[in-house]
Design a protein around this ligand. Sequence first.
Ligand code: PLP
Length: 402
Amino acid sequence: MNAPEKLPASHVMKTYRRLPMALSHGRGCWVWDTDGKKYLDGLGGIAVNTLGHAHPKLVPALQEQIGKLIQSSNYYQVPLQEKLAAKLCELSGLTNAFFCNSGLEANEGALKIARKYGHDKGIEKPEIVVYDKAFHGRSIATLSATANPKIQAGFGPLVEGFVRVPLNDIAALEKVTLSRPNVVAVFLEVIQGEGGINQATIDYLRALRRVCDERDWLLMLDEVQCGLGRTGKWFAHQWAGIVPDVMPLAKGLGSGVPVGAVVCGPKAADVLGPGNHGSTFGGNPLAMRAGVETLAIMQEERLLDNAAKVGAALKAGLARELSGVAGVVEVRGQGLMLGIELDRACGELLGRAASAGLMISVTADRVIRLVPPLVLSLDEAAQMVAILCPLIRAFLAETQPS
Ligand SMILES: Cc1ncc(COP(=O)(O)O)c(C=O)c1O
C-alpha cells in the first residue's frame, strides 16, 4: 500500500476510518488498487461478493439487464421479483418474500412484521427478544436492537420494546420472558458477525424453535451476513434442521448489487398488507436479476460445497499455524465465515494485512474476520494462511494484551 503523504480534502462525510488506498478492479478472489498493487480478498466487500469480482457469467447478465430495464416501480408486476422470491422460498422452505435494498432495511421489515403480528393479536406494546453482542444495522430501530453501546451512543432515545438476553442460554431466555406477556418474537443472528463470530448452537436453535412454537412467538433469524451459502448450507440455521418464521437477507444475495429481502413463513407472510410497508428501489429489476443470477451460479458452480470444503481447510490451516501462539484465544466459525480472536485489540492488522497484499477485517476490537468470496480455492486459502499467520505472530510479539 503506497500511502500518499497527504490526502486531499474530502467532501464525503467522515463516517468511516478509511485506509489511504482505493480499489480499482477485481477478478475472482483478487483485487487491484489504483496503484496497481494486487490483494487477495479475504473480505469480499464485507461478506457481499459471493461470486468474487467480475464473475464471467454475472457480468454479461447484468449488462443485458441494464440495457433492458433497471427500475420499474412497485406499481406494477415485477416478474423478476416473482422469480427471485420463488427461488428463495424453494431454498428456505418459506413462502413469501419482500424486497428491499440492504441488511438494515431487511431487519426493519422484520421488526415491523413482529410489531404488527403483536398488534394483530391485541398486544399494544409488543416486545422483541434480542441478544448480547448482536448487530442488526444502523437505523434507529436496528441500532436499538444492536447490543454495542458504541453504535448506540449519541442516538438516543432508542426505540423501546427490546428485551436483551445472552446467547445460547435457554434458561436465561425463559427467566427473562416469564413475566413479559408482551413478547412476540425472538430475533438473532445464527452466527453473530460484527459481534465477533459467535455461533448459536444447534441445540439452542432447536430449543428456540420449540419455545417460539409453544408461545406463539415469531422466530426471526437475521441471516444477512451468515446466510446465502457462506456456512456451506443455503442458510446457517439449516444446520439445525429448523425453519424460521422470518429471515432477513442482504449482503451476498446480489453478489455486490444491493439487494435485501425479508423471507417469511406462513405465520408471518400475511401480516403486512397494502400500505403497511414499501420501498421505491426495493425489488427493482436490476437487483432482482443480480439475485436470480447469483443463486443460479452458486448452484451451477456448487459454491455451497466449496464454501464448506475450502472453509474447513482455511480454518484448519489457521488453527495449525496459530496453535500454541501466545495471544491467540480461538479460531472459530463455520465455512467461509471465520474469526481469529486475539487477547488484544488488533485493528491495526487491517493496514498491516493490506500492506502484505491481503484484505481482512477486524470486528469486536479483537477478532480478525475472514469472509471471502465463496469462489475461494484451496490454493488461495493456503495463500491466505501463509500471509496472515506471520502477520498475527509478529503483531503479538510486538504488542501487549489489552
Ligand atoms: C447480521 C447483520 N445484520 C444486518 C446488517 C446491516 O446490513 P447493512 O449494512 O446492509 O444495512 C449487517 C451488516 O453488517 C449484519 O452483519
